[in-house]
Design a protein around this ligand. Structure first.
Ligand code: AMP
Length: 420
């Protein structure tokens, strides 16, 4: 019996040539981070389940509904990471990075897994670029991190988005506000699940997108009106720095992010031409996270940008990715002797830094030239029996059709001279 497999629900394959855009986004965004002194860190794709329960938060949708959790053969409960921050903080604590220069500046890129209802822009397997600046509570760092996200999008050509900014207070002012908010919410006409949320994570009710809920919470007390002096000064300083960098933002006093650990500066990058899943990135400061994971009681700030949604945003802005040629040169051997020479010649070109492919399989001249055209190469190097006997190859410009004989010994130099 034959079985046809397909990618699991909510997952997809990224194929050439689209995969080239994926890599280009990753490269441009991470270059922005390297230029600001962030170092690459790679952590395991699975971690102890308890790390996410504690790090992401027991009351979040991610932990209660969306984790891919399994027991390994040793009886450990492990979870495929639903986000990158908790693993990075775990690694920073485990390797005592806080003992070195502060802030600890890290970035990572990789897949995350959430059991969500798939739709355009929302997948069960998705890739994030993640940045974290750990160990210092300096508003200049908040401004740097928020600005880096804006610059990361600019680096890939995304312009039609806004940066939403809010502050969620800290452990000095949030508890009293939380009680005030709960009192207000308990008086509303809400369904049972939302009522439960009031007790667990009342701030989340504020950004409930359902119209009947949004209408009722329109008059809810807002964190920004209940900040302690330190939080207000911090928020003012962040905004002053952002303005100084020429970054514009929209204040959104109802912006509450899905994960539990955020305090103070919270932000989200929202694209204007995507539908329901318009958030292309977001993050914030998290003052208690390191301590909650058993590390020093220091703060951190970071963001995660979704590469998959960035690709959708690029398409929505009509940045159709250029069809990138796989190679620059395509070697076309004609006859048995030439076939033996083709791979060594292609290897020589590759080692000289020229992207090169060659004809495989038994193709005639017509089929071979078609393969050369389809590869997107600029030049074909045609090796005929007679050419080999004469020690030359025919160098054909596939754009203009012009062709000339070049001594085999000069081929690499000649091609390198022709190429930009
Ligand atoms: P979060 O980790 O939930 O704060 O999300 C940060 C960013 O990751 C979002 O703005 C999206 O760009 C991306 N993202 C989060 N969840 C998904 C998902 N299920 N599918 C695709 N991208 C996602």
């Amino acid at each position: 019996m034959s079985t046809n497999f397909s990618a699991p629900k909510g997952t997809f394959d990224t194929l050439p040539p689209d995969s080239a855009t994926f890599l280009a986004i990753r490269e441009s965004m991470t270059r922005t981070l390297r230029l600001a002194g962030y170092g690459y860190i790679e952590t395991p794709i699975f971690e102890d389940t308890a790390l996410f329960q504690r790090g992401v938060g027991e009351s979040t949708d991610v932990v209660t509904k969306e984790m891919y959790t399994f027991t390994d053969k040793g009886g450990r409960s492990l979870t495929l990471r639903p986000e990158l921050t908790a693993g990075l903080i775990r690694a920073a604590i485990e390797h005592n990075l806080y003992a070195g220069q502060l802030p600890v500046k890290l970035y990572s890129v990789g897949p995350n897994f959430r059991y969500e209802q798939p739709q355009a822009g929302r997948y069960r397997h998705f890739t994030q670029v993640d940045v974290e600046a750990l160990g210092l509570d300096d508003p200049t760092l908040d401004a740097e991190v928020v600005a880096l996200g804006v610059h990361a999008f600019a680096a890939v050509g995304i312009t039609d988005f806004s940066t939403q900014l809010n502050t969620l207070g800290d452990r000095a002012c949030r508890p009293a506000y939380r009680i005030k908010l709960q009192d207000f919410l308990r008086g509303l006409d809400l369904d049972d699940e939302t009522r439960r949320r009031i007790e667990l994570n009342p701030l989340r009710v504020l950004d409930d997108k359902r119209r009947e809920v949004a209408a009722q919470v329109a008059d809810a007390p807002l964190m920004v009106d209940h900040l302690c002096d330190d939080c207000r000064a911090h928020y003012d300083a962040v905004r002053e720095q952002l303005a100084g960098l020429g970054i514009s933002w929209t204040e959104n006093p109802r912006l509450v992010r899905g994960l539990d650990y955020y305090t103070r500066t919270t932000f989200e990058y929202v694209h204007h031409r995507l539908g329901a899943q318009a958030s292309i990135g977001g993050g914030g400061r998290y003052d208690g996270l390191s301590a909650r994971l058993g590390g020093p009681d220091v703060s951190g700030i970071g963001w995660a940008i979704g590469i998959d949604r960035t690709l959708l945003a690029l398409a929505a802005e009509d940045h159709v990715p250029k069809e990138t040629a796989r190679v620059v040169v395509f070697v076309v051997p004609l006859g048995a002797a030439a076939r033996r020479r083709a791979l060594p010649l292609a290897t020589e070109l590759r080692q000289a830094g020229v992207a090169c492919d060659l004809v495989f399989g038994a193709k005639g001249l017509k089929g071979s030239m078609k393969a050369a055209d389809r590869s997107g190469a600029r030049y074909a190097v045609i090796l005929g029996e007679r050419d080999i006997a004469d020690g030359v190859a025919q160098l054909k410009d596939l754009g203009s059709g012009q062709q000339r004989a070049v001594p085999l010994t000069d081929l690499v130099t000649t091609l390198k001279e022709q190429l930009p």
